[in-house]
Design a protein around this ligand. Structure first.
Ligand SMILES: [Zn+2]
Length: 297
């Protein structure tokens, strides 16, 4: 069993990201598996300088021990290039020159699970892949076929990629690889078997399964835990001003995370050492106690 925690260095770690780290760590480590740490830093414009080290320091001060070297996606662009080349050889890609505005104003556009469903404007234009955004053909292959998978917490998930997502971007016009491609390539390269992460990525999973199929990679097990939202219903993030985790409050932070994960740690545990808290957490870890949905104000 190999799991991972894969934060983006867009800001410091907050309680929302800690939840995913704690859950995947306990689930994988309690079964004797390996837990990897990967910094997802390919979307360079969104990054905050120094956030990667801040995240690593916070994980360390909270008592996490990861296996092997920390992987940085920015150092693995060759792998993403290779995957793109394989998909090109399978005739699954095309160049797209559409602006957001053009897509939004197209008469055939519809709203999908993650923004507009691309109305296939450039599908048959044979544009140069190097000079444009690159999309993968979903609509041809998946028009009458749903992606179905069993999520450990969310149950059976079904999505019609053609109708709910459409041909999606694998490399943007500015040359930046999409999260969807990088994550699939890295999980396969690192031998990840079990992905435990926040529910905000549930809608992305069918795209990732589709890419796994196209690239001939093994499908992994998925488990999506509820995310924490603020009073306005927004996911906690740097944009919604989620406070950074303070290392001196590591035990209290972890106690809070375990509580949110339905593990019901005893109150006294908050006065114990970090080692004791982790000991309790490993002894009592029960993934079945994680609530399916949760709204924290
Ligand atoms: Zn286009």
């Amino acid at each position: 069993m190999i799991g991972r925690f894969a934060p983006s260095p867009t800001g410091p770690l907050h309680i929302g990201s800690l939840l995913a780290a704690v859950a995947s760590y306990l689930e994988v480590k309690s079964q004797g598996g390996q837990w990897l740490l990967r910094i997802e830093d390919i979307d360079t414009p969104r990054q905050m300088p120094g956030a990667d080290q801040a995240i690593i320091d916070t994980l360390e001060s909270h008592g996490f021990c990861w296996d092997g070297e920390i992987i940085y996606q920015s150092q693995r662009l060759d792998l993403y290039h290779e995957a793109l080349k394989r998909l090109q050889e399978l005739d699954l890609l095309y160049g797209c020159q559409c602006s957001r505005k053009q897509i939004a104003e197209h008469p055939k556009v519809s709203m999908g699970v993650d923004g507009f469903v691309y109305p296939n404007i450039c599908n048959h234009l044979h544009l140069d892949l190097h000079q444009h955004a690159v999309r993968i053909k979903v609509s041809d292959k998946m028009i009458n076929k749903n992606i179905v998978f069993e999520d450990l917490i969310q149950g059976k998930i079904e999505q019609n990629l053609a109708q709910q997502v459409g041909d999606f971007v694998l490399r943007r016009a500015d040359g930046i690889f999409s999260y969807q491609l990088a994550v699939v390539v890295d999980d396969a390269a690192q031998g990840v078997t079990d992905i435990l992460r926040g529910c905000d990525l549930l809608d992305s999973t069918p795209r990732q399964i589709f890419l796994q199929h196209c690239l001939g990679l093994a499908q992994v097990n998925y488990c999506h835990i509820p995310i924490i939202v603020n009073a306005a219903g927004e996911k906690l993030s740097k944009q919604t001003l989620a406070p950074a985790l303070q290392s001196q409050h590591a035990v209290a932070n972890l106690h809070h995370a375990l509580t949110l994960l339905g593990q019901a740690p005893p109150k006294e545990l908050i006065y114990e050492s970090l080692d004791h808290l982790w000991q309790w957490a490993f002894q009592h870890w029960d993934i079945g106690q994680i609530p399916v949905r949760q709204k924290i104000v």
